[in-house]
Design a protein around this ligand. Structure first.
Ligand SMILES: C[S@@+](CC[C@H](N)C(=O)[O-])C[C@H]1O[C@@H](n2cnc3c(N)ncnc32)[C@H](O)[C@@H]1O
Length: 204
């Protein structure tokens, strides 16, 4: 870890009250902080939290910590743990994710090994974090499968809503255009990495 990352980590430790896990390569502290703060500031307290795409549990720590503070339970994360199809990942990340969550005091976070397109889910959701397969088809399928479980006022945070991931931005825009959701907050700057938080509109 370089000096810049070490200082950013220390700053986050002071701001969040827990040591942020080291970055796993595809993350930025800004997106992890965005996820944490959206849950704390915007999520309703009623309902569960679900993450699609946990990898080694880095983002799951931020999600789990924020949900604990917000009183949201249970928290679960779905992953194949063998990487996004096309990555040709040769290692399995389940045990590393489990160990990391346990180390951060999040033994109650449930890890579900499976394909998000078929894993059974029937609980109402306060929070949905989508960071799985970033293709348009996969991201749209994750939204279509899990967003209907969000309670009114429930939020979905889409990681990698940015120019580098056109599949995610297109899926989010088409999803928004169908109605029922509004942009609650965004972390997107043209040309950089970003994420977005959508909220299920309350029935009037
Ligand atoms: C970008 S990584 C997630 C990173 C993680 N959210 C973090 O910030 O530490 C994407 C993950 O999605 C998982 N994934 C891809 N397609 C999936 C699918 N159809 N069902 C479940 N998990 C999937 C991969 O195994 C990979 O671990």
């Amino acid at each position: 870890m370089g000096l810049g990352d070490a200082l950013a980590r220390l700053k986050l430790r002071l701001q969040l009250g827990f040591w942020p896990p080291p970055l796993d390569g595809m993350q930025t502290f800004s997106r992890m902080r965005f996820l944490h703060d959206c849950v704390l500031d915007l999520a309703p307290a009623a309902g569960a939290a679900l993450e699609v795409g946990c990898f080694k549990g880095g983002s799951t720590v931020y999600l789990g910590m924020a949900c604990r503070r917000r009183g949201i339970a249970p928290v679960a994360a779905i992953d194949l743990f063998t990487g996004t199809p096309g990555w040709n990942q040769s290692f399995d990340t389940h045990d590393e994710a489990r160990a990391r969550l346990d180390r951060w005091g999040l033994a109650d976070v449930r890890l579900i090994r499976g394909d998000s397109r078929v894993v059974a889910w029937d609980m109402p959701l306060a929070v949905l974090h989508i960071d799985g397969d970033h293709s348009f088809e996969a991201c749209s399928a994750d939204l279509a499968r899990f967003a209907p479980h969000l309670v009114p006022g429930g939020i979905v945070i889409l990681d990698d809503y940015d120019d580098v991931h056109p599949g995610v931005t297109r899926a989010a825009r088409e999803f928004l255009a169908r109605g029922g959701f509004e942009i609650a907050r965004d972390n997107y700057r043209a040309g950089g990495n970003g994420s977005i938080c959508l909220r299920r509109v309350q029935a009037r």
